[in-house]
Design a protein around this ligand. Structure first.
Ligand code: GLO
Length: 531
């Protein structure tokens, strides 16, 4: 079994927004297939597709109504097979989001389950009687607002949903549910898929006793925009039974050669420890979380997260990302730390792509994209609408990929489902390709540099003691070792880093004068250690 995924670079495609070939304003599989050479040229190893399965799209595909078919808006199973074949021809792997914790309420299993308390699917979802006063069985809340329980008049019971009421949670305590999900995995693996990104891997199981979540773990005393963040989720998720299910998933994957898995840990309190636990030997290959999606851009922050992971889980494997389809783009979040958007984009490319673990890029970050400003009327995301005007940013980051200077950035010949606006429209692929100083070409150079250096992909990571705002670490050992130094601020800084060695790598924005390294605003450099 090859471990090709260790240290690899994944590129997340949001199918609705990547390339529309049909002209209906929504991206599709044929559009993605047409653009695969762009991704192969960029040098990434893996393409991760956000969900493409049949769905009423209440949560843009994270609400699946048929786990074994493609939604017509994206194409057909034949289009999917063609995408995989083309990707493999180009040397790219493909993984797809699997949203197994919950389905759509339109899924036939839920439709059957809600009919009565004794039908064959009655126990496939989480049903519970009301309390004597008619209220929900406990205090569990939904991530998307309101209680996590919705009343069903026919069954005269509540059903549980961690997300929308139209996303009922499966009951993983039922072995038939687990076995059925395993069959779905085999269905896609048999088609040649290289693995999965598993949505919300800490949400599969719930406490059978339905005990109340706690309110004693508040980070801030004042109310949050989302009351979900005012609870500590001891019982609605994060159950120990999750681990056994991850081990079963791994056993399925291991019956196929060279597959991988990435688990998304959706947790605010102990996400790093959970990533380690969930990637212990025999469990998932890699885990991903929201840990680097906040506002902090300090040396202590990055050092703290990376050290915490590898100290706690020397045998685990993280996947790091700075942005995705659920959060504001990092060039928007960290704008205050950038001398200019381009300087910050170049630095964040170099920083992320020199981290130990695997790396995930979010579509458009290689163009230096920022969030699109949208009015309330333009929003489509239920979370963004529920918590307006809190900066949730899911629509703002999901606007279409910008390919050229044509209408709608060349994304569609129709009317795009989310608008392409200035200044994002100007940062198009066609205008950056072949221009060595563009953000796109710097990403390409940095991806190639990581690929060419085993120290960056697979080497250990030792942090050097440098003062703020400098972050410095050594990757790998011996003659291959590289020292990576970053000035995480918009002001120039000089720093004394003994024994740096020779400058190397494609993206230097610093000068070495004796032992003193002069780093420009957002400057950084790579050095080959002297042996
Ligand atoms: C993050 C997912 C998110 C979905 C949610 C429900 O957690 O990527 O987009 O809305 O998980 O499936």
């Amino acid at each position: 079994m090859s471990e090709w995924w260790r240290g690899a670079v994944t590129y997340q495609v949001y199918p609705r927004s990547f390339q529309d070939d049909s002209g209906d304003g929504v991206g599709d599989l044929r559009g993605i297939t047409r653009r695969l050479p762009y991704l192969a040229d960029l040098g990434v190893d893996v393409v991760w597709l956000s969900p493409v399965f049949a769905s009423p799209m209440a949560d843009m595909g994270y609400d699946v109504s048929d786990y074994r078919d493609i939604d017509p808006v994206f194409g057909t199973l034949a289009d999917f097979d063609a995408l995989i074949a083309r990707a493999h021809d180009l040397g790219l792997k493909v993984i797809v989001d699997q949203v197994m914790s919950h389905s759509s309420d339109q899924h036939p299993a839920f439709q059957e389950s809600r009919q009565s308390c004794d039908n064959p699917k009655a126990d496939w979802y989480v049903w519970a009687d009301p309390r004597p006063d008619g209220s929900p069985p406990n205090n569990w809340l939904s991530v998307f607002g309101g209680p996590a329980w919705t009343w069903d008049a026919r069954r005269r019971q509540y059903y549980f949903h961690n997300f929308l009421a139209s996303q009922p949670d499966f009951n993983f305590h039922n072995p038939n549910v687990v076995a059925w999900h395993e069959e779905t995995l085999r269905f896609w693996l048999d088609r040649g898929l290289d693995g999965f990104r598993f949505d919300t891997v800490n949400y599969f199981y719930h406490d059978r006793l339905l005990r109340d979540d706690a309110a004693d773990y508040r980070v801030k005393p004042e109310p949050e925009a989302n009351p979900y963040n005012m609870q500590y989720h001891l019982f609605s998720k994060n159950q120990p039974e999750n681990l056994g299910w991850l081990e079963r998933i791994r056993r399925v994957l291991d019956t196929y050669p060279d597959r991988t898995s990435v688990g998304e840990v959706g947790e605010t309190h102990h996400a790093i420890a959970m990533m380690g636990d969930y990637t212990a030997p025999g469990r998932l290959h890699q885990c991903y979380s929201f840990e680097m999606f906040g506002d902090d851009y300090s040396p202590a922050f990055f050092r703290g997260k990376i050290e915490e992971f590898f100290t706690g889980a020397p045998k685990g494997w993280p996947m790091w990302a700075f942005s995705n389809h659920d959060v504001r783009r990092h060039l928007t979040r960290w704008a205050d730390y950038g001398a200019s958007p381009a300087a910050l984009a170049n630095q964040t490319a170099a920083l992320l792509l020199s981290f130990p673990g695997s790396i995930c890029l979010w579509q458009g970050e290689e163009l230096g994209q920022t969030d699109t400003e949208l009015s309330f009327d333009e929003l489509t995301d239920p979370q963004g609408i529920a918590f307006w005007p809190a900066p949730v940013g899911r629509d703002n980051t999901r606007t279409p990929m910008v390919w050229d200077g044509a209408a709608h950035g060349g994304f569609t010949a129709g009317t795009p489902w989310l608008p392409v606006k200035a200044p994002q429209a100007a940062r198009h692929v066609a205008g950056q390709i072949g221009r060595p100083d563009s953000v796109l070409e710097r990403y390409r150079a940095m991806i190639a540099f990581r690929k060419a250096n085993a120290a960056l992909r697979l080497g250990g990571c030792q942090f050097l003691e440098t003062a703020d705002p400098v972050l410095a670490f050594r990757r790998g050992t011996g003659a291959d070792a590289l020292t990576c130094v970053f000035n995480l601020s918009a002001q120039p800084v000089a720093v004394d880093v003994p024994g740096l060695g020779d400058q190397c790598g494609p993206l230097q924005t610093c000068a070495l004068q004796g032992e003193v390294l002069c780093l420009g605003p957002n400057g950084f450099g790579f050095f080959r250690a002297k042996t």
